[in-house]
Ligand binder design. Structure first.
Ligand code: AMP
Length: 400
């Protein structure tokens, strides 16, 4: 059933959220403040739906990478922000399991919200300990997973806990959106389908590229990883980023793509810098003839237009990874051109998903996040999903 249709009247919903938010350094008085509340805001619709339909809410999350108890990483620090965003007070349990937790969660009245202390204060969380998961489960009547960012982890609160709620479990709005988006691109995509894959290294995207070979009509490869492909084909790439030990994998991939009739686009020209710096001198060279002393920092103008042209008629587009060192404004043109082309395709009716790490940062930087169909919130989880792996946090909720 869609989350929107669930009714929580009289139900204590135990929600795994991702409140792993950036914060200020610990002040002398022991306090810290949230510096970016995006993830807390993102969880609000799910929390509010439970409250609106008559339920109460118990929130659980990890924060940082504590080794045991660590006052600096207490979720207590986020309480003021959470209370302000929710517009109501939130009870805090100084342990996520045991009496301290149950004292707060057991008698929660309809409309009330409680937050449990950092799950990772207990090693059992990351270990996926079943007994610990059972203890956590005592804090609610219904389990909701709304933490896509940790869906690729088989932790106690993200996967193992679901077995204690065989009938009473669901994705929250955030997870539901991510699952639907992935399904729409990898499962039953409208064709032609294009994947634009960029970023630093081939090695970190190889599994994604391989999985996409059975799913796309066009493959656009840019970013630092393109130079390994070009070098493997015999090109001279100057001082560009390369992974020579990936030559064979790169050539095999191109061969498989060709055999499957996929249209592959690699950059024919490259905007080079005379060093890896924001104010490096710029020259454009053919990607397979970059002189020594120069390194590929962004795709060139011809490639920009060719890539954008290839996307124009696509009905489904997946984008993961920037086309160049977009953090330096002088080398962001390629990435921005792709973002524009994806927005244009969206306006023409294409379904467009921007998933994973830096391409998300790029569309945010360009102010275009609300102009594409879906922007994923989970870097690592989205990457593993695109690799075709089963994500434990998703499987656990779907299991019957
Ligand atoms: P990834 O996390 O693998 O998607 O890689 C993103 C990073 O790749 C960004 O920080 C970019 O600056 C970097 N990147 C993209 N193109 C290049 C390039 N031509 N040379 C070096 N780094 C690049």
């Amino acid at each position: 059933m869609a989350f929107q249709d669930l009714n929580f009247d009289g139900v204590r919903a135990l929600i795994r959220v991702d409140f792993n938010v950036p914060m200020t350094q610990l002040a002398d008085d022991g306090s810290r403040e949230v510096t970016d509340d995006t993830r807390i805001r993102a969880a609000l619709p799910t929390i509010q739906h439970v409250l609106k339909t008559g339920g109460s809410v118990v929130l659980m999350s990890h924060l940082g990478r504590p080794k045991g108890q660590d006052a600096a990483l207490s979720l207590r620090h986020i309480l003021p922000t959470l209370e302000q965003l929710l517009g109501q007070s939130v009870k805090f349990a100084s342990h996520c399991v045991g009496d301290e937790a149950l004292d707060v969660t057991q008698d929660l009245a309809s409309g009330e919200v409680a937050l449990l202390e950092n799950l990772r204060f207990h090693d059992e969380e990351k270990a996926g300990d079943e007994f610990f998961a059972g203890q956590l489960a005592e804090n609610g009547d219904f389990y909701i997973n709304d933490a896509f960012g940790t869906a690729h982890r088989a932790h106690a609160s993200t996967a193992v806990i679901a077995k204690f709620f065989p009938e009473d479990k669901a994705f929250g709005f955030l997870m539901e959106g991510e699952v639907k988006a992935m399904e729409r691109v990898l499962g039953h995509a409208e064709r032609p389908v294009a994947a634009v894959i960029g970023g630093a290294k081939v090695s970190s995207k190889l599994a994604v590229l391989k999985n996409l070979l059975d799913r796309v009509d066009k493959l656009v490869i840019g970013g630092g990883m393109a130079y390994t492909f070009i070098q493997a084909q015999g090109g001279q790439v100057g001082g560009s980023l390369v992974e020579p030990d990936m030559h064979k994998e790169a050539l095999d991939l191109l061969e498989s793509a060709k055999a499957k009739g996929i249209e592959v686009h690699l950059p024919s020209d490259t905007l080079c810098g005379d060093g890896f710096s924001p104010d490096a001198a710029q020259e454009t060279h053919p990607t397979n003839a970059i002189p020594e002393g120069w390194e590929g920092m962004d795709i060139g103008e011809n490639s920009r237009e060719k890539f954008a042209g290839a996307l124009a008629d696509c009905k489904t587009i997946l984008w993961n990874g920037p086309m160049g060192v977009f953090e330096f404004d002088r080398f962001a043109k390629g990435t921005n051109r792709i973002a524009d082309a994806i927005v244009a395709a969206t306006n023409s009716g294409a379904y467009t998903l921007v998933g994973g790490g830096d391409s998300v940062a790029a569309v945010n930087k360009a102010g275009l996040a609300d102009k594409v169909s879906y922007v994923s919130t989970g870097g690592g989880a989205m990457l593993e999903g695109l690799e075709g792996k089963t994500l434990p946090g998703i499987a656990a909720v779907l299991e019957v």
